[in-house]
Design a binder for this molecule. Sequence first.
Ligand code: DGJ
Length: 374
Amino acid sequence: MILLSYKYTIRINIHLIRKLFTFNYNDAGMKHLILLIIFFNVGFLQAQQMGSKLNIQPGKLWNDSRGERINAHGGGVLYHNGIYYWYGTHKLQGLSEAKHADGGIHCYASKDLVKWQDMGMVLNLVKGDDAQDLAYECNFDRPKVVFNAKTGNFVAFFKLYLKGFGVETGFVGVALSKSPTGPFTYSHKFLGANSPNGSGDFAMYQEENGDLYHLAVRKPDKAFVVGKMNEEYLLPAGQYVVCSGILEKTEAPSIVKRNGTYHLLASGSTGWDPNPARYFTSTSLTGPWEYHDNPCSGINPINGLGPEKAFGGQSTFILKVQGREDAYIAMFDVNKPDHPFESRYIWLPVDIRNNQFSLHWQDAWSLDAFKAHK
Ligand code: DGJ
């Protein structure tokens, strides 16, 4: 809508300017009127541009501060020393998911969550050596970065299917850096969930005391499990436990804790296709988790999809906004498996009532949706 009126306003202005120069108006009043209309139109365009800079526009093309499309899929956001870092999988242009479009981890930085500066690739897949775990054409999905205050390491976790081995066995890959903007060095992989087949989609949850948990869908039975990581965040510390109450085949988990309650937003299991969001709450990571109604409402006008398909998106992360009261953003990917480079993002503010999260579609919104801390 905004885009249409923007283009339309530009066209009117071009038309008026032509008129001003091609016709020889004797009538000075008419000339002034045309100049006045142009003047107002330019003001309108400027106001629109300023507005769109302050806005998050779910589902729309989201460019970085240089005007390049943001390429960080299945990602998450880390807040560190006053800056948000958005990490996601870099999708290679021109390749489909079937042709292995993953290129590594791309990082962006922002202070306001709207304008993102490209910090470049912080981990690259390896070309020309198929023996490497990170060989090109492996499957590299859903990277999440956590800071370990004890070791001073930024630790990147990602879903890793080795090149040529299919998706029956899913590793968690681990890479380390001393800086949030990398470069990250690949360290090792592990099979999580106490399963010889490892795990699939996952979330990393960090408690206030620094304890880190790996929550994941176990392979091959697709139960949802949680296990604590060791102090260095490098390997699981012990046994995983099934999260009671979380439905089987729950994918795309994202989690936050608010006032002692964990909120877990996830999806069902339909490959790259969207399905209804799943939402659970619990006061313990192992459960019992309570399953709630679909938290989504409204329609994404870009694809006509609503709660039955999570607006066409799949969850990836819940971001806690700093300096605002009770402010969380639910991050989704709009997957396009034939052209993953063109996949987009849906970020929506979380509405909280009676300790329950809900997500209402919005074409555009700003952080003013949340109250600032006093
Ligand atoms: C669902 C996951 O959530 C996606 O990230 C991706 O791994 C697809 N499965 C692949 O089918």
